[in-house]
Design a protein around this ligand. Sequence first.
Ligand code: GTP
Length: 598
Amino acid sequence: EHQKYIRNFSIVAHIDHGKSTLADRILELTDTVSKRDMKDQLLDNMELERERGITIKLNAVELTYHSQDGHDYELHLIDTPGHVDFSYEVSRSLAACEGAVLVVDAAQGVEAQTLANVYLALDDDLEIVPVINKIDLPSADPEKVKQEIEDVIGIDAEDAVLASAKKGIGIEDLLEQIVHKIPAPDGELRKPLKALVFDSVYDDYRGVVLSVRLFEGTVKPGDKIRLMNSGSEYEVTEVGVNSPSPVKRDYLMSGDVGYITASIKDITQTRVGDTVTNANDQADEALPGYREMNPMVYAGLYPTDNAKFDDLREALEKLKLNDAALEFEPEASQALGFGFRCGFLGLLHMDVVQERLEREFNLDLITTAPSVTYRVNMADGSVKTVDNPADMPDVSAMKSIEEPYVKASIMVPNDYVGAVMELCQHRRGEFDTMEYLDEYRVNVIYYMPLSEIIFDFFDKLKSSTKGYASLDYELAGYRPSDLVKIDILLNSDKVDALSFIAHRQFAADRGREITSKLKTIIPRQNFEIPVQAAIGSKIVARTNIKAYRKDVTAKIHTGDPDRRAKLLDKQKRGKKRMKSVGKVEIPQQAFMAVLQTG
Ligand code: GTP
């Protein structure tokens, strides 16, 4: 009976189509947050999310909606991120829902991640409620977008909600549709507990906080629970919902979305995707967990202070709880000492992880250049996987190298098709097909090396199409390529953390680009530093960082005290993200120089 008035839904959209703004309006209209507490993008509560204006972590809130039919409905809204790196989070949110609100920008129409995300929802058999947002824009064309949703996605958009999240138009209409189109959860209260862990976070006081969706049974403080996959057992200390701050409840029941704490200190025992059941009365089988996500890129993370290695390990373990897609294992570099090789879903993900480690765990880190995973066919017939260029075997020991390819789909107005094709061709892309979505929009499909796409491809794509192109990609297997390793030598010493892999045809050019880039990045010392790029024992590029002549710090002593303090402070901060290798100080940017391609 209780369940009849519950609706669990998610919002999916292409990035920037207005998902978070729409969520804010829903919270307002349902009085979940008082006007006074309302701040923009309320669900994006991570500091980093606010600064960048993007959603990274999913968030779940409970709200009450008094419908026109006279009933109060309990809605659980699970927010999801829109960026391609985080589609993993999207599929996790969806598994906890019966329906999805699909937001499409009235001026932009259906874009690459609109499709990718709505397909995830359709795979899960969710009821889709389409919303055409930003109808306040002069360039809005809701009728055309409706047609596009029907033609491209193949769902009925006749009754799509016309909304402006910014102006607060259409929000009530949307809530009515959520209540009447999305089915109530089913599942029996009297059966043993069966709850999906769709997120978890570590709290210093309460231990691990599990975000759960109950599919069967009930749970309350004092219950003995068991995590079915890990096999560990705990006693529940608290249950509740986020509204949006945590609110304790006496119990949670089938259909509910909320949180459970159970003084869980061992973070390795709680994996997202696990099923919570009663310890003494177990569910017959676990819920299907999530698809395992494989990292797309790997990079080394090193503390600038070698003594912080254990702190970094602990921070990574805690972060992984909250970010199941993160992978890491210890590695050692001659240049950088002890650190971790980490796997990420993409560069934005990597950036976010580094920033969270620094802010939330107070660490200073150096990240090495990201690399994809190569498959090396050895001369002796064995196959090796290499995700760190420094580990690439000697040329004489290898037969061939294969690299991961992706199938990239790029949606773009037809005026820009030429520019897109030129860019893809330049990035070793192989044209597949091209398909008209309507009279002026095209979906262009290319097969491309993953290594060419993960770095600055998206930025380049945006700038060559005035921001109109959207991109989505999926892995499409390995292909042999003529690749070589390029080593960088500073002061005649090879710096393993600066090695990178490139196609033979572009290798010497890349070597030159990078040595001249390093020359501008690495600070001068009181001696000259030769910078060289080498393939095997052959030097392909060389430049010198000249010694400085004047003592620059002398100047500081002459200035006024305020200015002097400022300068010293600036120097100190600059130093934080530096690593001494031999006698040379290498700043963080140097490791990223290899990403900036021509
Ligand atoms: P991510 O959280 O990064 O995935 O993006 P999002 O889809 O949540 O988009 P967000 O809500 O952050 O909105 C993106 C931009 O569109 C912001 O600048 C909003 O102010 C703007 N926006 C959202 N809704 C509307 C609308 O109805 N009309 C207009 N004109 N602008 C809107």
